[in-house]
Design a protein around this ligand. Structure first.
Ligand code: SF4
Length: 282
C-alpha cells in the first residue's frame, strides 16, 4: 500500500487511517483478522441519524458521485499490500494476520450511492481476480432503500457470491425508531424491507441496544422486538446483538449509555429460545 499514515491496532478503526477515500482496513480481534471496509459515503452523510452513530460530523443526505475507477484502484492497492506486501507484518498483530471479509460499511448508508450496484460488481470482480471469492462479502445497511431496483441489483450480485447482509433493526416501534435512528419508519415497513432483502441474499438482523436517559428499553418494546423476530425467524440467519461498543459522535451522545451485560445476555437468551442463532457483543 502506498501511503500508510499511522499504525493500525485492534482499537484503531478510523476510516482515514491509511489515507484512502473509499477503502479502509479494520483490524479486529473479535472478527479474528483484517476486514476491508468499503466506504461509499466519504462525505459523512447518511439518510438516518442514529443517536449512537460513531461517524464524526454526520450530516443528513447521501454521497457525492462515486469515482469507481478510484475505488477499484484503492481496493487493488490495499489488497496488493495485504496479499503481497508488508501490511500484515507492519500493522497487524501476529495472531490475527488473516483477511476475514470485505464489507460495504462506511460513514453513511452504502445503498444510497447511485453507483452501489456497479460498486458491488467491481468489488466482486477484483475479489475473483485475486483468488478471494471464498471470502464473505458483506453489506451493512439500514435497509431503508432495499426496495429500489438498483439496490436489488446489487443484492442479486451479492447472492451470486458469498454475499451476506447485516440489516439494522434496533427497535420494533415507530417511537423508538424515531428516538434511536432519527427516522420515521413504521415497524411494518422495516419488516417488508427485511423480508425483501432476505429473499435475495442471506440476511442477519443487527441490533444495537442501549439506555436512553438512564432507561433500558421498556418491557413492551422488548416484547414487540422479540415478537417481530419470531415473525421473521424462518427467513433470517440470526441476530447480531450489540451493546454500545464505542462512543457516539452525535449531539445526543450524553443521553445514551450501555445496557448491562446481564440485561443483554437475558435478551440474547430470549432470542435463542426462538431458535435463532445469536452473536452477542457488549
Ligand atoms: S445508519 Fe449507520 S451511518 Fe447512518 S446514522 Fe445510523 S449508524 Fe450512522
Amino acid at each position: 500500500m502506498a501511503t500508510p499514515i499511522q499504525p493500525l491496532s485492534t482499537t484503531n478503526h478510523d476510516r482515514d487511517s491509511v489515507g484512502l477515500r473509499y477503502v479502509y482496513p479494520v483490524v479486529s480481534r473479535r472478527a479474528g483478522g483484517v476486514s476491508i471496509g468499503i466506504n461509499l459515503n466519504p462525505n459523512n452523510a447518511c439518510n438516518w441519524a442514529c443517536i449512537y452513530c460513531q461517524v464524526p460530523g454526520l450530516t443528513r443526505g447521501g454521497p457525492p458521485p462515486i469515482d469507481l475507477m478510484r475505488l477499484a484502484f484503492e481496493l487493488n492497492t490495499m489488497l496488493d499490500d495485504i496479499q503481497h506486501g508488508e501490511f500484515m507484518q507492519l500493522h497487524v498483530p501476529a495472531d490475527v494476520r488473516t483477511l476475514v471479509d470485505v464489507a460495504f460499511s462506511g460513514n453513511g448508508e452504502p445503498t444510497s450511492a447511485a453507483e452501489f450496484a456497479e460498486a458491488v460488481d467491481i468489488v466482486i470482480d477484483i475479489m475473483r481476480s485475486r483468488g478471494l471469492s471464498d471470502l464473505p462479502l458483506r453489506l451493512i445497511t439500514n435497509g431503508s432503500l432495499i426496495h429500489q431496483a438498483s439496490v436489488k441489483k446489487g443484492l442479486l450480485a451479492l447472492s451470486q457470491v458469498r454475499g451476506e447482509v447485516w440489516f439494522k433493526l434496533d427497535s420494533a416501534s415507530f417511537e423508538r425508531a424515531l428516538l434511536i435512528n432519527g427516522v420515521n419508519q413504521q415497524p411494518s415497513l422495516a419488516i417488508t424491507r427485511l423480508l425483501d432483502c432476505a429473499a435475495i441474499v442471506p440476511t442477519w438482523i443487527q441490533t444495537c441496544m442501549l439506555e436512553v436517559d438512564g432507561q433500558v428499553p421498556s418491557a413492551a418494546e422488548i416484547d414487540a422486538y422479540v415478537s417481530l423476530l419470531e415473525s421473521v425467524r424462518d427467513e433470517i440467519r440470526g441476530v447480531l446483538l450489540y451493546g454500545l461498543a464505542r462512543p457516539s459522535m452525535q449531539q445526543g451522545a450524553s443521553r445514551i449509555g450501555r445496557v448491562s451485560e446481564q440485561w443483554l445476555d437475558q435478551l440474547g437468551q430470549r432470542i435463542s429460545a426462538l431458535g435463532l442463532p445469536v452473536k452477542l457483543s457488549n
